[in-house]
Write a protein that binds this ligand. Structure first.
Ligand code: MRU
Length: 346
């Protein structure tokens, strides 16, 4: 693991005298390289995964996280295994058994396995996959920007930004586009316990992009909605079922219900790799439950009695009825309209 002390400018990272454009994950000299998201914003470190077991560790332990970034990491993991002449079916299983909820993981693995079986160059295929997903997210930005009015105050949950995809993010793509087009916007950032992806990662991205924002405790959004200080909610997704139900970071469901109660539009932003048309509805989405220590501790500090137990579901399901629209690379759809995208999902 290499440690640097960089100055970070948007997605350009200054390491020593060198300014580099970095993504959350990339493939270099046969190594899968990742910004270690567990350490941000305090430390900037690059994690190097040299084999499939280390790639699996990086996904499971959340060195990398966010549905599309997990998919891209898995694609590079398969390319690496192909270069190392490993048994592809074994590596496929190792990477599959990391995190169960984000559909992008399975989408990327299936695409890579099929390509390798058909004799394609796995490195080019993985690179193509990464740029394709990033391009799709830019399109999400172009479509989603239209729903953001000048002066809008937008709530987002977790991190569905550049760290979770590449250059644009999903939920943050419309936000970045609106900001770059000169619209005045303000972002409410849910802290997102227990892993604090909002406070640590989304806020870090907002600072890099120069977007005005404030972090709020997870239970504060309802307060600001009732006061009329939130105009719009945009979140990402980990898996979207055929009926438009959406699995996303734990706490998303509550935001959607309270937004509905207050007449605030609630949008989900996701590329086609996140859609799982094989599932009828959200009840069929597998929900990851993580270690109780993530709740019992905040960073290294135990915040609960020694005797206490905890439960730690990582995601919840927001029923389609609470979702105003799903922003995709192909446009914005009502949940009941997404069936139109089915043919484009393979
Ligand atoms: O547990 P995480 O950090 O991987 O969860 C991430 C989320 O829930 C994101 O909102 C989702 O993956 C969309 S990322 C573009």
């Amino acid at each position: 693991m290499k440690s640097h002390n960089p100055v970070v400018i948007n997605v350009r990272i200054k390491i020593g005298d060198e300014i580099r454009e970095l993504r959350a994950v990339w493939f270099e000299d046969g190594v899968v390289k990742l910004i270690d998201q567990r350490k941000l914003p305090g430390k900037f470190e690059i994690f190097e995964a040299k084999n499939a077991e280390e790639v699996a560790y990086a996904i499971k332990e959340m060195v990398v996280r966010g549905a599309p970034a997990i998919g891209i990491t898995a694609a590079y993991g398969m390319a690496q295994a192909w270069l190392q002449k490993r048994k592809i079916n074994q590596v496929y299983e190792t990477l599959r058994n990391t995190r169960p909820t984000a559909h992008d993981l399975f989408y990327a693995l299936n695409l890579m396995k099929k390509g390798i079986e058909e004799g394609e160059d796995a490195v080019s295929l993985a690179e193509k996959y990464a740029s394709d997903i990033i391009g799709r997210c830019e399109k999400i930005g172009e479509h989603g920007e239209k729903i953001i009015k000048d002066g809008a105050r937008i709530l987002t949950h977790c991190n569905a930004g550049a760290l979770a995809v590449g250059d644009w993010g999903t939920a943050t793509a419309p936000i970045r586009k609106a900001h770059r087009e000169g619209k005045r916007i303000f972002v409410w950032v849910d802290e997102t316990r227990p892993r604090l992806q909002g406070a640590r990662l989304t806020a870090w991205e907002m600072v890099q992009e120069g977007i005005e924002h404030a972090i709020i405790a997870d239970n504060a959004a309802g307060f600001f909605m009732r006061k009329g200080e939130i105009d719009l909610v945009i979140v990402g997704a980990d898996r979207i079922a055929a009926n438009g139900d959406v699995a996303n970071k734990i706490g998303t469901y509550e935001k959607a219900v309270v937004a509905h109660e207050n007449g605030i539009p609630f949008y989900v932003a996701a590329p086609i790799s996140t859609f799982d048309f094989s599932l009828k509805n959200g009840d069929e989405i597998p929900i990851e439950e993580r270690r109780e220590e993530e709740v019992l501790f905040c960073r290294d500090c135990r915040i609960a009695p020694q005797e206490s137990k905890a439960r730690n579901p990582a995601f919840d399901v927001t029923p389609a009825k609470y979702i105003t629209g799903i922003i995709t690379e192909m446009g914005i759809f009502k949940p009941e309209e997404i069936d139109k995208l089915r043919d484009r999902s393979t």
